[in-house]
Design a protein around this ligand. Structure first.
Ligand code: FAD
Length: 516
């Protein structure tokens, strides 16, 4: 209703409502990338309309499902204090935040993506990371140190690893609520249940968006458009088409609204597809999770404790190095490996020595869990697993461990196996102490890697690498950054960095057009 503000002249033409006063910028999407674009465009003085496909109570896209964490360059306490000014003396005394340099960040991006990631986009992401988190903080988002997933307490001290040290208060939901609050405070118009379905364009470039609201189509004029409406992970048909056979069966970890609309709309007017269209971020996930994520129980299906487990498939065999690296560097690619197992499922097996390292979600209702005092009893309870092979797998695994190396969950401890066809490189513990527990996992898809090609100012490029005038993009629907794997928390950082740039650039393009 807000969009029908005084001063707008509207008329109905062949069932289409045409807004006669164009907005400076329309931002399509309601997640972190869209919110950063909106806040940044508004900050530059643009009149902004945000279109969110979801209803208000489900707003926020995948961003709302996250921990609200950002991977940024930092030099430890000094950087952390800039966004967590109220750190207590006790926290300071008992925490080693480490540091994370630009070189490490770039190295992680390169190594994990097999050096396919676009170097210019990577450089832009990395160099703008810290400043962008501080900018978000300045918009009213509060942060806390990310204890728990990225720092285990060992010998009285938390030691961070993996380059992610802060998260928004209230997680992703808290983050987007604070960002929406900032947008509303600054008078940004937001329309919910508003699905963008096409881009309007003419000789001078982008002219607006065609949108469907409650089954009625409208055309809304704008001088520039930012597409920030996610990938295609929630589109079962596109998953099977682009990711490959079997992907239609993956569970969607987050929002149901990211069906590739933004990508399709841009391709329809000549944008260039870019990045790894057959690639996606996918994790080990509760085998019988619902088809889509649910904001009210958003972490119930996580099964990220596998570095301290052995994972076996239906044949009772291990199939992946569970301890190849910190879970943050492997989890995004292990969902695909689970999907590729016979029947597309696996079991994570733990003994009592590591039980305390498992997060709360392992104990929540909905986990497919079995427990027993002997391994023989355990495997009888593990649905569809070869019992003979399973027991042999555990025997061989236990015999292959180098127990001279001490176990330490905070570092890559090098406590590995020797001589196994599928090694375990770190955190290899004997599976010997009852009770034994096993959790069944399938594949949960997080987001897709393929998308649109942009330049470092987020202009969407056509097949000749020329910008489509007035069209900008940020977030999941940008291709070229992630391939095969991804460093955890770089997704939110990418949405924030490129969203902020997109808002700024779209605003200056639109305001320049007005002045001309
Ligand atoms: C369970 C889960 C946990 C995650 N954890 C992390 C984490 O801890 N750290 C991290 O960095 N990343 C994490 N990610 C990935 C992260 O969510 C994404 O990288 C990031 O949120 C992408 O932001 P975005 O704004 O591009 O997309 P989204 O937040 O998904 O926003 C897309 C928006 O577009 C809207 N939309 C879609 N189609 C249309 C349309 N046609 N018209 C209008 N609006 C439309 C959607 O409703 C939604 O509001 C996680 C993802 C999931 C699912």
């Amino acid at each position: 209703m807000q969009a029908r503000a005084a001063g707008l002249i509207q008329h109905i033409r062949e069932g289409t409502i045409m807004n006669q006063t164009p907005y400076d910028v329309i931002v399509v999407g309601g997640g972190n990338a869209a919110l950063c674009a909106t806040l940044s465009a508004q900050e530059k003085g643009a009149r902004v309309l945000m279109l969110e496909r979801a209803p208000q109570e489900k707003r926020g896209g995948n961003s709302a499902f996250t921990s609200g964490s950002f991977r940024m360059i930092h030099n430890g306490l000094e950087t952390v204090k800039k966004v967590v000014p109220d750190l207590s003396q006790e926290e300071i005394a008992t925490t080693d935040f480490g540091e994370y340099t630009a070189a490490q960040y770039l190295d992680d991006l390169g190594r994990l993506t097999q050096y396919y990631c676009d170097p210019d986009l990577a450089e832009t992401l990395v160099q703008n990371s810290t400043d962008t988190v501080q900018w978000i903080h300045g918009k009213g988002v509060r942060f806390v140190p990310r204890y728990g997933r990225y720092a285990f307490k060992h010998e009285g001290k938390f030691k961070f690893f993996g380059g992610t040290v802060v998260e928004a208060v209230g997680g992703g939901l808290g983050l987007i609520q604070a960002e929406f609050k900032a947008a509303e405070k600054h008078g940004v118009e937001i329309r919910y249940n508003a699905q963008a379905i096409a881009l309007l364009h003419g000789r001078s470039g982008i002219e607006g968006v065609r949108v469907r609201v409650d089954g009625v189509e409208e055309e809304i004029g704008a001088r520039a458009v930012v597409l920030a409406c996610g990938g295609f992970e929630a589109n079962r048909e596109w998953r099977a088409r682009y990711l490959g056979a079997g992907w239609d069966m993956a569970k969607v970890r987050g929002t149901r609204y990211n069906t590739g609309d933004g990508i399709r709309m841009a391709l329809d007017i000549g944008a260039q597809p870019y990045g790894q269209w057959s690639g996606c971020h996918a994790v080990s996930w509760e085998r019988y999770a619902p088809d889509f994520g649910d904001l009210d129980s958003r972490s119930n299906s996580y099964r990220h404790g596998y570095p301290f487990s052995i994972m076996v498939n239906s044949e009772g065999k291990r199939f992946v190095d569970e301890g190849a690296d910190f879970r943050n560097n492997t989890y995004a690619k292990y969902g695909r490996i689970v999907l590729q197992q016979p029947g597309s499922y696996a079991w994570q097996v733990f003994d009592a020595q590591v039980d305390h390292l498992l997060k709360d979600e392992y104990r929540q209702r909905g986990a497919t869990k079995v427990q027993a005092n002997t391994l023989g009893e355990l495997v009888q309870k593990m649905q569809d697993v070869d019992p003979v092979q399973f027991l042999q797998t555990v025997r061989e695994f236990n015999a292959a461990i180098n127990s001279d190396v001490p176990f330490d969950p905070n570092v890559k401890d090098g406590r590995c196996t020797a001589g196994l066809a599928v090694p375990k490189s770190n955190w290899a513990n004997l599976i010997e102490k009852p009770p034994f527990v096993a959790y069944s996992v399938g594949c949960g898809i997080t987001f897709t890697y393929g998308g649109l090609k942009i330049d470092t100012t987020t202009r969407v490029l056509d097949i000749a690498d020329a910008p489509l005038a007035g069209l900008y993009a940020a977030g999941e629907l940008v291709g070229g950054l992630f391939y095969f794997n991804y460093p955890g928390s770089a997704g939110m950082m990418s949405g924030a960095v490129f969203g902020r740039i997109a808002g700024r650039e779209a605003a200056s393009f639109a305001l320049g057009k007005t002045a001309a």
